[in-house]
Design a protein around this ligand. Structure first.
Ligand SMILES: *Cc1c(COP(=O)(O)O)cnc(C)c1O
Length: 358
């Protein structure tokens, strides 16, 4: 073959999802491995979501509702916006790539942190846009530097709040000041995948910005606290105008029928969300204390994961944990990200880490 591949594509490093659990167990000759690597809800999907799925199976001969009518209506009610302010996607990952496709022409720029959710850079570069990466400051988005990085060519700014993988947050006051500096042509994307886990009173009410008719998009997902990562459903809340442009390039059946049904069920299950939030908060405290006791440098987190400094080769610690049957995420250098799991999983992780540290 003599393929002609653009360097924007050939230089990309594919997203690394890790191996399936049972494959890993086979390779390592172990059983009962635990996965604390993808920030999934350890308590499972909402029982209400599971119940509606059973009924939905009988209508799978039909195409999905391409407009996600009922889900958008329910979300509009929940967030006090109108249904034409909602974009539903095959995960919020897809909403990210649809926004890029709609608003970023080749050569145009998207500003983002240098240590954040990798899908922004992958998607931007994959669409021949230019990712402009701004270093974090004290593990947080440096909003002054990000505002200074905006040029005439900037079309999008990605603000991951809380940030993945650091778990850190920027406050409402900081975001207000940031938005005041931006030219009117720039769309700010607030990725709030961990919104429901946040405990800080300073967390921005980003829907206010949508209601003030500023050019912002708020992204939320059913993959995290709602426990539906496997079905792929996320959404964006923004202006009807932005929705209209995205709809022009959106594949018509992007969110599948079961995903839409389960999301509707999960949205009503406030008890599952409340339990998940409180288990996460108490277990986060256990993990934080345990990691600190083992000498790790832990960054306080507003999400459902902790990012910590092993102060040595993180890859070796990651490999050691794997051999103990515990899967975490090695991000770079000495840094590891661990998802808050069920109580017994977190204790096992801490014990395994103690063994690995020797
Ligand atoms: C997990 C995550 C998402 C969710 O992606 P989905 O496609 O909805 O599963 C989005 N943004 C960030 C920062 C995440 O960590």
């Amino acid at each position: 073959m003599s393929l002609k591949v653009h360097p924007n594509i050939s230089s990309l490093v594919p997203y690394s999802p890790g191996k399936p659990l049972d494959e890993l167990e086979r390779e390592l000759g172990i059983t009962n491995a635990i996965k604390l690597a993808s920030n999934e809800n350890p308590l499972g999907p909402s029982p209400k979501a599971q119940a509606v799925l059973t009924e939905g199976v009988a209508t799978l001969n039909r195409y999905p509702d391409g407009g996600a009518h009922y889900l958008r209506r329910a979300l509009a009610e929940r967030w006090k916006v109108s249904a034409d302010q909602l974009i539903v996607g095959n995960g919020s990952d897809e909403v990210i790539s649809l926004l890029i496709k709609a608003f970023l022409a080749p050569g145009e720029e998207a500003v983002m942190a240098d240590h954040t959710f990798v899908m922004y850079k992958l998607s931007v570069q994959g669409s021949h846009g230019v990712p402009v990466e701004v270093p974090l400051k004290d593990w947080r988005h440096d909003l002054s530097a990000m505002a200074a990085a905006v040029t005439d060519k900037t079309r999008l700014v990605f603000l991951c709040n809380p940030n993945n993988p650091t778990g850190t947050m920027v406050s409402m006051g900081e975001v207000d000041a940031f938005l005041a500096k931006l030219p009117g042509h720039v769309i700010v994307v607030f990725d709030e995948a961990y919104y429901e886990y946040v405990r800080s009173a300073e967390y921005p009410d980003s829907l206010q910005y949508v209601k003030q008719e500023r050019p912002v998009v708020v992204l939320r997902t059913f993959s995290k606290i709602y426990g539906l990562a496997g079905l792929r459903v996320g959404y964006g809340i923004t202006s009807p105008e932005i929705v209209d442009y995205v709809n022009r390039i959106r594949p018509p059946f992007n969110a599948n029928s079961l995903a839409q049904l389960a999301a509707l069920g999960a949205l009503e299950d406030e008890e599952h969300v409340a339990t998940s939030r409180s288990v996460n908060a108490s277990e986060m405290a256990v993990l934080e204390a345990g990691l600190t006791k083992l000498g790790m440098g832990v960054i306080p987190s507003q999400a459902n994961f902790l990012y910590f400094d092993t102060k040595q080769d993180g890859r070796q610690i990651f490999d050691g944990l794997l051999r103990e049957g515990v899967i975490v995420r090695h991000i770079k250098g000495s840094m590891i990200r661990v998802t808050v799991g069920k109580p017994e999983e977190n204790r096992r992780f801490l014990e395994a880490l103690k063994v690995v540290l020797g």
